[in-house]
Design a protein around this ligand. Structure first.
Ligand SMILES: C[S@@+](CC[C@H](N)C(=O)[O-])C[C@H]1O[C@@H](n2cnc3c(N)ncnc32)[C@H](O)[C@@H]1O
Length: 265
């Protein structure tokens, strides 16, 4: 275990964030500017993210490749002492298909490090200027997807998750938006405002705020089939504005603001 930690890293699995290059982490920027080789999913990441790569860096598009084709490319570059960055959209831990990639790298005894990124749901909340955990209203965030070609376990069916009426961030579901709406409406009010977020952080970003009952119609009208995140949350409803957190409330004291602290005049 210790020897694994001290081996030098050869491959960085890097979160690219949702698309805006300014939302890359400092570490991701540094690695991109130093990399000899960058492998990236061109269907999920806009080319602007690659602007800081070296002019002589080798850029390998992966949208048209299988893992079986990608891995030998990575391994060959690593064995040639190249610094390899494998870019994934958003945060690699979410729907990034890195699980099997990490297993294969481990089998090939290639040390790697993961650099987190900002996920699409975080930029959605920022754009909508909403807190997804409003006190007394909603304190849980669910990140999920609907069953499609990738099967979701029965215990995680969308309708059963909707029963929590939490802030629900729905990835990878634009193709099945009618089914998603129907399952969500089993528990969320039909008139709850929901956000349909298309290509957040890309130059052609668009966001629609519509009642839940219009989620499918709006998505279909705008032909949204890819790179779309749905945000369903009580925090988007008007009543959310009346709620207030205890943390900065003058009636609430805590270790760093004992009761003697008087309100600013
Ligand atoms: C393969 S998953 C990757 C998710 C990514 N790892 C993340 O953390 O955002 C692709 C799905 O994520 C969502 N997504 C990723 N980037 C997005 C963006 N810029 N705008 C809207 N949705 C996005 C969409 O639901 C899309 O279908």
């Amino acid at each position: 275990m210790i020897s694994k930690l001290v081996r030098p890293v050869s491959v960085y699995i890097v979160g690219a964030g949702p698309g805006d290059p300014e939302l890359l982490t400092v570490k991701a920027q540094r690695l991109l500017s130093e990399a000899d080789v960058v492998l990236y999913a061109d269907s999920l990441i806009p080319p602007q993210v690659l602007e800081m790569t070296r002019p002589d860096a080798e850029i390998i598009h992966t949208a048209d490749k299988t893992l079986e084709q990608i891995l030998p490319l990575m391994i060959e570059r690593v064995r040639s002492q190249k610094l390899v960055v494998r870019l994934h959209s958003g945060d690699p831990s979410l729907y990034g298909a890195i699980h099997e990639q990490m297993q294969a790298l481990a089998t090939a005894q290639i040390p790697f490090e993961i650099v987190p990124g900002i996920s699409a749901f975080q930029l959605a909340a920022a754009r909508l200027q909403v807190e997804l955990t409003v006190p007394e209203l909603v304190q849980t965030i669910i990140l999920t997807r609907i069953s499609g070609r990738t099967h979701v376990p029965a215990t995680e069916e969308l309708a059963s998750l909707a029963a929590h009426q939490a802030s629900l961030c729905l990835y990878l579901s634009a193709h099945h938006v009618e089914k998603a709406q129907q399952q969500l409406m089993q528990h969320y009010p039909a008139d709850l405002p929901i956000a349909i977020c298309y290509r957040l952080g890309w130059p052609d970003e668009q966001i629609w705020l519509v009642p839940l009952e219009q989620m499918a119609a709006c998505s279909q009208q705008h032909q949204l089939t890819r790179t779309t995140l749905f945000l369903i949350s009580p925090a988007l409803a008007a009543e959310a504005t009346a709620q207030r957190s205890r943390l900065y409330n003058p009636d609430h004291n805590h270790l760093f603001r004992p009761s003697s602290a008087s309100p600013a005049s």
